[in-house]
Design a protein around this ligand. Structure first.
Ligand code: UDX
Length: 436
């Protein structure tokens, strides 16, 4: 089938590439000419595992093409995916200007039947708003469908090719049949395809992300309490997770959730509630707890050094908001760095992928090491912010040799407490007894 994807952020790119992989003829549209030229040459503008190979393969096969022209895009596909950004505006609401801007263009240019499929995370009622915006300009028949994405960064290709569920929000039988067809390669493998009204579909996305953020926040609060009573949150979470009603996923305590979705979506749902005169008290608490959790290690670091951080060299491992990505949006590392710099510390960091992004943001406020061990040279403590695999089984002897003092503050609970004791580290993590 002929498909157009408008917006080539990570959702758009993964959607376009994976749909080309299953045999569709896909045209991706983006207003950024430089980016389009890069992609035409086969270069993926983001870091996403597995994407590069599929991307190159489908460009070569001629099934994946790029343009800056909305008109060309609209002429190409019967199904038009909108994968546009919906950033947070000043008061936490989703900014719909990109989505509605493209809807205006579609209204002015549409000449035959199209299914406009919203992939972006948008407040309830947006599909209707898109429909009304297009209709202002045309009498042409079209359908608008809500079809939220549930892709995790770092696993987006796998999540697209083997989804747990696909949600199609529309009451148009014609649109349902077309979408069922393009999703058939995935549903054949057993994924559930759920058809519902568009408002419920829109809300499912916000509710899912807010629930996961709440689950993480809950275990973070339990972790904070464990520290006060001398319990070990790792034992508690294993005990809790063994109950299949709770489940063991997304129950890892740490220095808070970040990224492009959870923080923005929790705030947007809270804001949507307010607009309808409904106060989501639980979400307010989640936002608040997460804000302080991101810097939960700072008072521990302060305590250890007796409040004197001026001129002390601190190493940071991990800058990305999570492993397998170079994304630093809402990363806990940035809050940590902000506070440590304020306290006068000198920071040397290492991250396998995210250093260029942090350098662009912070310039030379902190320095960047060429590898994880070099970052430790003469540092008085190591602070771990992201659980990259390479940090999980390090050479502890070498670490001890490089560090000025063997002190670790671990925001992701990577190491075994007994091992830290026998290796002779001072080791402070989240929700577990301090080793010293
Ligand atoms: C999320 C959703 O998982 C995905 O379905 C949605 O479409 C987009 O948002 P993503 O932001 O890529 O995906 O990352 P995810 O793996 O969900 O992690 C989000 C944040 O939660 C990270 O900062 C991570 O460190 C944190 N997290 C996750 C925890 O602190 N503990 C956990 O147990 C799980």
């Amino acid at each position: 089938m002929k498909i157009t994807v408008i917006g080539t952020g990570y959702v758009g790119l993964v959607t376009g590439t994976c749909l080309a992989e299953t045999g569709n003829d896909v045209l991706c549209v983006d207003i950024n000419e430089e980016k389009v030229n890069l992609m035409k040459k086969g270069k993926v503008p983001i870091y996403e595992p597995q994407l590069e190979v599929l991307f190159a393969k489908n460009i070569k096969s001629g099934r994946l093409n790029f343009t800056t022209s909305i008109k060309e895009g609209l002429d190409h596909g019967t199904i038009i995916f909108l994968a546009l950004p919906t950033p947070e505006d000043e008061d936490g609401a989703a900014d719909l200007s990109y989505v509605l801007g493209v809807a205006e263009d579609i209204g002015k240019m549409i000449t035959d039947y199209k299914v406009i499929v919203g992939k972006s995370t948008v407040p309830v009622g947006t599909a209707d708003l898109v429909r009304k915006t297009i209709s202002k300009h045309t009498d042409q028949e079209f359908d608008v469908v809500s079809n939220p994405e549930f892709l995790r960064e770092g696993y987006a290709v796998g999540d697209f090719l083997k989804p747990e569920r696909i949600i199609i929000g529309t009451d148009s039988e014609r649109a349902i049949q077309l979408l069922k067809k393009i999703y058939k390669p995935y549903t054949q493998m057993g994924s559930r395809l759920l058809i519902m009204d568009e408002k419920s579909s829109e809300l499912t996305k916000y509710a899912s992300n807010s629930f996961l953020a709440t689950k993480i926040t809950f275990i973070n609060e339990v972790a904070n309490f464990c520290e006060r009573v001398g319990a070990d949150v790792d034992m508690v979470r294993i005990g809790m997770g063994a109950d299949s009603r709770i489940g063991n996923r997304f129950l890892f305590p740490g220095i808070g959730y970040g990224g492009s979705c959870f923080p923005k979506d929790v705030k947007a749902l809270h804001k949507s509630g307010k607009e309808e005169h409904y106060n989501f008290k639980l979400l307010e608490a989640v936002i608040d707890v997460n804000r302080s959790q991101k810097v939960a290690l700072v008072p521990k670091i302060m305590d250890y050094f007796g409040g004197a951080l001026k001129g002390k060299k601190i190493a940071i491992w991990g800058l990305a908001f999570k492993p397998e990505t170079d994304d630093i949006r809402e990363a806990s590392s940035l809050d940590m760095i902000r506070d440590l710099l304020k306290l006068g510390a000198d920071i040397v960091s290492y991250d396998p992928e995210a250093m260029p992004n942090v350098k662009r943001k912070l310039g030379n406020k902190i320095s960047f090491a060429k590898d994880m061990y070099t970052a430790l040279e003469d540092a008085e403590a190591l602070v771990i912010c992201t659980e990259w695999s390479i940090f999980k089984l390090p050479d502890f002897k070498r670490m001890k040799k490089q560090l000025k003092t063997p002190v670790i503050f671990d925001g992701r609970n990577l190491y075994d407490l007994q091992e830290m004791k026998s290796e002779g580290f001072y080791y402070s993590s989240i929700g577990r007894p301090v080793i010293h």
